[in-house]
Design a protein around this ligand. Structure first.
Ligand SMILES: [Zn+2]
Length: 297
């Protein structure tokens, strides 16, 4: 294969299925995810079903230990946080970037990094009965070229993954990513796979000469630490480490672990990691925002 290392961003339903199906195929695999394994993950994401959730563990840490126990010829490297602009440097270590995140804002940040670092990338998502892949390489149209022409039409994937990805989808994903890694798929290609009737649609995207990212090179500032609603709750990345001890003293009843703090209140909970990642469950977006501003000056 042309590309020997891959950076997998997002180890949720789609990302974890890809990791498991591609064991042993790359020399080096990086895994980015700031999420914690929850009970619901164990149902919709079979990769995590033997995880012991009695003490919080990040998806990244669990994935690294599981993959290392299954295979020894690959170097696995974990990043227990959400991908932000500060991580563009990390992309330099890998030949291919795979975006398995579940929201447009993350995809646009990843796209910007790939354009800046000149990295080939594949953007993958799964919506109900449709799988989507977009391939980018240095000279092709970027993900923003596609996005800016389809605002309102591109669906976010996160709400829709309620069961494990189907076998047909996982093999569609794996086969086409490996073809791209072997230089057999051109950049700018869109693949849509309909799982209901097994039909594959393919199309080529041309560079949009008005694209802010790959043509005009204007940095579109995506709000730092944005609140992102997802199937597991509401996420927020502070982007800096947090003094959990200090925070636990102002949150009565919170439980402090070595790398996490958990705060429960009327059936709602907040999980805060040392690295500054927040996961709210049971909260409305506005409530989460209010709570964050009360935590962080
Ligand atoms: Zn572009």
């Amino acid at each position: 294969m042309e590309y020997k290392s891959i950076l997998v961003i997002g180890a949720g339903a789609v990302g974890s299925a890809f990791l498991e199906s591609s064991i042993g195929l790359f020399k080096k695999v990086g895994i980015f995810d700031g999420d914690i394994v929850t009970k619901s993950n164990m149902i919709t994401q079979p990769f995590y079903n033997e995880c012991d959730i009695s003490s919080p563990i990040s998806k990244t840490a669990f994935a690294i230990s599981k993959l290392n126990s299954l295979e020894s010829g690959t170097e696995y490297k974990g990043y227990e946080r959400y991908f932000t602009e500060k991580d563009f440097e990390t992309m330099k270590e890998y030949d291919l970037i795979a975006d398995f995140t579940d929201n447009i804002k993350s995809r646009l940040i990843i796209n910007e990094g790939c354009v800046k670092e000149g990295k080939a990338a594949v953007f993958a998502s799964l919506n109900e009965k449709e799988g989507f892949l977009y391939f980018y390489n240095k000279d092709s149209a970027c993900f923003n070229c596609l996005f800016r022409n389809s605002v309102g039409k591109v669906k976010e994937g996160c709400e829709s993954v309620v069961s494990a990805p189907e076998k047909e989808f996982v093999s569609f994903l794996k086969e086409n990513i490996l073809r791209f890694a072997s230089n057999k798929v051109e950049g700018g290609k869109i693949l849509l796979f309909n799982l209901a009737n097994n039909r594959l649609l393919s199309s080529m995207l041309k560079k949009d000469m008005e694209c802010e990212v790959c043509v005009k090179h204007v940095t579109k500032k995506v709000e730092d630490g944005f609140l992102q609603v997802c199937s597991s709750g509401i996420k927020f990345s502070y982007g800096k480490s947090i003094d959990l001890k200090k925070l636990s003293s102002i949150l009565p009843g919170s439980k402090l672990y070595s790398e996490f703090l958990i705060f429960n209140q009327n059936n709602k909970s907040v999980l805060i990691s040392l690295d500054g990642d927040f996961l709210f469950t049971g909260y409305k977006k506005e409530e989460a925002r209010k709570l964050i501003t009360s935590f962080i000056p």
